[in-house]
Design a binder for this molecule. Sequence first.
Ligand code: CP
Length: 308
Amino acid sequence: MNFEGRDVISIKDFSKEEILYILEVAQKMVPIAEGKEKSDLLSNYIMASLFFEPSTRTRLSFETAMKRLGGMVIGFSQPGTTSIQKGETLADTIRTAESYCDVIVMRHPNEGSARLAAEFASVPIINGGDGAGHHPTQCLLDLFTIKREKGSIEKNRIALVGDLKYGRTVHSLAYALALFGVDMMFVSPPELQMPKEVVEECREMGVDVTISNKLDNLDEIDVLYVTRIQKERFPDPEEYSRVAGSYRIDLKTLENAKEDLIVMHPLPRVDEISSEVDKTKHAAYFRQTFNGVPVRMALIALVLGEVK
Ligand code: CP
């Protein structure tokens, strides 16, 4: 399988076999990600980390991934300090960055911006989130987490909860889980339901999808994937205030849960998971955060052709 020179824009750019291969490479990266083994696999390479929108996990885990593999990092996380402030276009910013680096990771508020950047760049572009569009590396680390925690992706019933309308991570994840034949429950306020086209696509792929605005039947769920209601994506602040705080996972919610249910969240959280859940055996979200490092190590090494 050859990933050299490929862009990573959407999870849909990858087949099930390719996804499984990325996860296999990521598993081998775990001891290096943990700092237990040293590597200079990418010591000749520079990654540009261009973050036009706030991020904690995606940016830091990409930078950690590159550094753990001996590579170097340039970039910005405050576009206001760059020539974008003087009116420089995305195309010119990308053309400039690519002349200094071997791979570009970018996050941008506009949907489609990563695909656009890939048209201008000759180095691989990895999408770290483009508005309400795609977040493929989050999707890969979510799949990796399910596989590590539960032993397989396939044999689980998964509930996606919260903002299913604007949440880019859940759109990609629903598609990927359908690719693996996983039945799903979509739980959201009526205003924030999963877009119809995502639901139809999953059903056409042959999986059973249940839609609800109530989080019940926890005794039938193996993975509870909770998302934040994203204030910044709402065009109308009143619409946000009507749905804010719709779901809160706390010890009481988990009373009827399966013993081995895991709670995942792409983070950041606001109030949708109570901190009292953090110490329970169900909380997988900080291990999920760590998993971003080996998965991103695998992706960078693959697109740079250093792992075949
Ligand atoms: N999950 C995620 O994308 O987190 P950040 O916004 O902090 O990068």
